[in-house]
Structures are given as C-alpha cells and as structure tokens.
Unconditional design. Structure first.
Length: 259
C-alpha cells in the first residue's frame, strides 16, 4: 500500500473547506469558463475577497488566453468530491430527520388503506356493478373488474388528497401523514407516483420488503422519496427528552416564597 502524504491531504481539504471556494468551483464546472466580473456578480462579493479565494484555488483552476477562469483536471476531480460530500451530508440530514419522527407501522398503514379502499368500493359499486352485470355474467370477472376499477379510482383519489394535504380520509382517521423523507410537504407528482403503487400492491409490498428500510414499507415510497409518519406516536427521542425534563424538575428543590 502506498503512503499518502497526509499533510497534502490536509491542505486540499483546507482549501475546499470554505463555502465560497466550493461555490467558485461549482460555478466554473457549470459554465466551463467564467470571467472574474461574472464570478463576482454571481457570488455577490467584492474584488478583494474574490481575488483572495481565487489565489487559494490556484491548484484547481487556470486562466484561458482570454483571461477567463476554468477548471483544470484537479479542479474537475475536486468538483466530484464536493458533490459526493454534499450527497453524503444530505443523506445524513435525511437520516437524522427520519430518526426524530415516528414512522407509521405497517399495521396502521394497512388500516388506513382498508378505510380508503372501502370508501372507493362503496362509491363505485352502485355505479359499476349494474354495468358489469349487463356485460358479463361471470362473478369472478365481475369481482376482478370491480376491484381493478376501485383501485384505479383510489389512485386518483390518493394522488389528489395526499398531494394537497398529505392525508387521505383513512390517514386522517388514523393520524398518519405522508411526507418527503426530508420532512417536507410532498407535491402532487410525488403523491401520484407513490399512489400508483397501490394499483400494483402485491409487487409494491414485496419489493418494499426487500429494501429492509423502515421508511419505505412500499417500494413506490422509495421511488417517490416519500414516507408515512404517525402524528399520534411520540418518538423515542421525544420521550427521553421529556423524561429528562421531568427528572430534572423532580430533582430541583421546591422554591419557597415569603409573603
């Protein structure tokens, strides 16, 4: 194994530790070549500060014949490192946020699904069954078509309600909420993607199980970057924090007041 010069490694990491320098490299990576003035405007900093940081980045950038700046080969490698570190940081942030919320259990999500699916059956049966009876006489075919149509309508219903508020009727009854894995509100596009998995529910659950990730009970949650949280459960972190507060309050001597 070759010996790495740790002092040089420290110098490189020190250069990349400043956010303005990382931003300069990312700007050059996106634009190819950029003038000093354009960089100064993009970063909204003065001439002296930009000159200082460009000098610090001398091993990563070079000037063209026209005086513009561009990345050299080391600079291109540095950009890849920056993007990798940003991805790791985002993943760590997502995992941290996920650990601070109470994820909905499979059982409660199943109950919510059954409530919503039952609503769809109740609404569609009076409209669909007479038509099906007039077309086919086979009960198996009738039941299959009724289930398929109900699931299709459930997809539309779930996409609209979850995209609007993160909750269908079933989830509202159970106190569940669909969010993005980073804790932000989902949009209609993500709601439509995750809800489509309900139409392919057996496959969705099987592939979701293979992920071995409590955030993604269904595979289409992973695909959409969404998860379901239980608003009525307290997370372990919250419980420990509350318990610590109680123990602290109990350990403090009572304050006496004199009139």
């Amino acid at each position: 194994m070759s010996t790495v010069d740790q002092e040089n490694v420290s110098k490189v990491l020190s250069v990349l530790s400043h956010p303005i320098r990382r931003e300069i490299l990312l700007i050059l990576n996106q634009s190819g070549e950029t003038s000093f003035t354009d960089m100064m405007k993009a970063l909204n900093i003065d001439t002296g500060k930009l000159s200082f940081h460009i000098r610090g980045l001398s091993i990563f950038i070079e000037q063209t014949e026209s005086g513009k700046y561009k990345l050299n080969r080391l600079g291109e490698d540095a950009v890849r490192v920056i993007k990798d570190v940003e991805s790791w940081a985002e993943l760590a942030n997502v995992d941290r946020k996920a650990s601070q919320v109470a994820l909905a259990t499979f059982r409660r999500r199943t109950y919510a699904f059954l409530i919503d699916f039952g609503i769809m059956l109740i609404l569609t049966s009076p409209l669909i069954l007479p038509t099906l009876f007039s077309i086919v006489k086979n009960w198996i075919v009738i039941v299959f078509n009724l289930l398929f149509i109900s699931l299709a309508i459930l997809w539309i219903y779930s996409s609209i309600l979850e995209g609007f508020s993160g909750q269908t009727v079933g989830k509202r009854v159970l106190g569940l909420l669909v969010t993005r894995v980073d804790g932000r509100k989902i949009d209609y596009e993500r709601a439509a993607v995750r809800s489509f998995g309900k139409v392919l529910l057996p496959f969705d659950l099987v592939f979701g199980y293979l992920l071995h990730d409590a955030r993604f009970i269904r595979y289409f949650d992973k695909f959409a970057g969404t998860t379901v949280i239980d608003l009525r459960r307290r997370t372990a972190t919250q419980e420990v924090s509350t318990q610590n507060q109680v123990e602290k309050a109990e350990s403090e001597p009572p304050h006496s007041s004199e009139n």
